[in-house]
Design a protein around this ligand. Structure first.
Ligand SMILES: Cc1ncc(COP(=O)(O)O)c(C=O)c1O
Length: 388
């Protein structure tokens, strides 16, 4: 099946639910067994049958199946947030005395978890240059347990060479974990490129409507049980209503993302022509250093990218951002609406410096008409100039 067909059909079973197109919302905590024998012989590692509400209901399983199939993974598990997906997945692989390799470009709360929770528990977290590629082999030690990637980093948009990193990691028997929120299961089928555990902030494009917090971890067969058991040990559980909404959002991820990508490219190219802009950082553009890898591995680009202003005062940057009327100022991305954020990056880096040459802003482009968004950016540039 082609992926758009899969999006419409995966995770559905109308024959089980009186012909209903969508798997209904099943709510439960307790599940009653027919006799004591079947209760006492239930298999703890069977995470895809209904045995207690915390482990999921058919509503949860429908979402998990659709996402896993789209990405080419073995199984998926939904958790309460993208950050919960990151922390549970990492916890499945490392314990005291272990060494963990983490890209220097990771989402800041991922780094915070490593610094505040893993390091004090005796895990040696080493941040590596996101552009390291095959040379990651030189950083692998006998105590290394996993390599964590994010391609591209969600603030600097540095594109990682996942297949090269995976080849080096696999040669030493190590799993590759990747935050694939930007790529999504739709634009980056990560398992075909060597990822073993793919992590999504489903809050973004999978949900797609800025109204649910959720994470989803998809794994290969080899790593399914270690990851699923870690999620169970943390007691993570997701409401069936949220799973229903997430699957409803996921059904249209293809049309949304294709349109949002087209809008984002239009706006990114317009920004490239502006005198106030030093450069646009977006792997979908030919001028971007990550373009070749992106084109090789991804089938599309998220509508999230950065642009660097020529040196400007903090006041001028504030004037620009505050003048925008159609771009909301706020965390998150992946919804239908456009957002702007100032990316304050360098304070996080430890393995490498990231000096873009001017203030960096991040835009998330939604489903609005791009010409309206351009007009909004244009008037904000004029306001910035006026303020001097
Ligand atoms: C790249 C990336 N990963 C993970 C997350 C965390 O997702 P959540 O906000 O659902 O915890 C975010 C949120 O902004 C993100 O940008």
């Amino acid at each position: 099946m082609k992926k758009d067909t899969l999006l419409a059909h995966a995770g559905r079973a109308p024959e089980k639910y009186q012909g209903m197109v969508n798997t209904p919302v099943f709510r439960t905590s307790t599940v009653i067994f027919p006799d004591l024998e079947s209760y006492e012989t239930r298999t703890p590692d069977d995470y895809k049958s209904v045995r207690y509400g915390r482990h999921g209901t058919p509503t949860t399983f429908a979402l998990e199946e659709a996402v896993a199939k789209m990405e080419g993974g073995h199984q998926a598990v939904a958790v309460p947030s993208g950050l919960a997906a990151i922390t549970a997945a990492l916890s499945a692989f490392v314990k005291t005395g272990d060494h963990l390799l983490v890209s220097d470009s990771v989402y800041a709360p991922t780094r915070h978890f490593c610094d505040a929770r893993l390091k004090p528990n005796g895990i040696d977290v080493e941040y590596y240059d996101p552009l390291i590629g095959a040379a990651i082999k030189d950083l692998i030690r006998p105590s290394t347990r996993a390599v964590f990637c994010e391609a591209p980093g969600s603030l600097t948009f540095e594109m990682q060479d996942i297949p090269a990193i995976a080849a080096a990691a696999h040669a030493r028997g190590l799993p590759v974990l990747a935050d694939n929120t930007w790529g999504t299961p739709y634009f980056f089928r990560s398992f075909e490129h060597g990822v073993d555990v793919s992590i999504h902030a489903a809050t973004k494009y999978i949900v797609g409507h800025s109204d649910v917090m959720m994470g989803i971890i998809v794994t290969s067969e080899q790593y399914w049980l270690p990851v699923r058991r870690a999620v169970a040990d943390f007691g993570f559980s997701v409401s069936p209503e949220d799973c229903y909404l997430a699957l409803r959002g996921f059904r249209t991820i293809g049309v949304r993302m294709k349109q949002q990508m087209a809008n984002a490219i239009r706006i990114a190219q317009w920004l490239q022509s502006r005198p106030e802009v030093l450069r646009v950082i977006y792997p979908a553009l030919e001028s971007d250093p990550g373009h070749t890898i992106w084109k090789r591995d991804f089938t599309g680009a998220a509508s999230l990218f950065g642009f660097v202003l020529k040196p400007a005062s903090d006041g001028a940057v504030s004037d620009f951002v505050n003048a925008l009327e159609l771009f909301g100022i706020g965390s998150s991305w992946g919804g239908y609406e456009s957002l702007v954020q100032v990316a304050r990056i360098d304070k996080y880096r430890t393995a490498t410096r990231w000096n873009p040459g001017g203030p960096t802003l991040r835009l998330h482009i939604g489903l609005e008409d791009p010409e309206d968004l351009i007009a909004d950016l244009e008037q904000a540039f004029a306001r910035m100039k006026q303020a001097g």
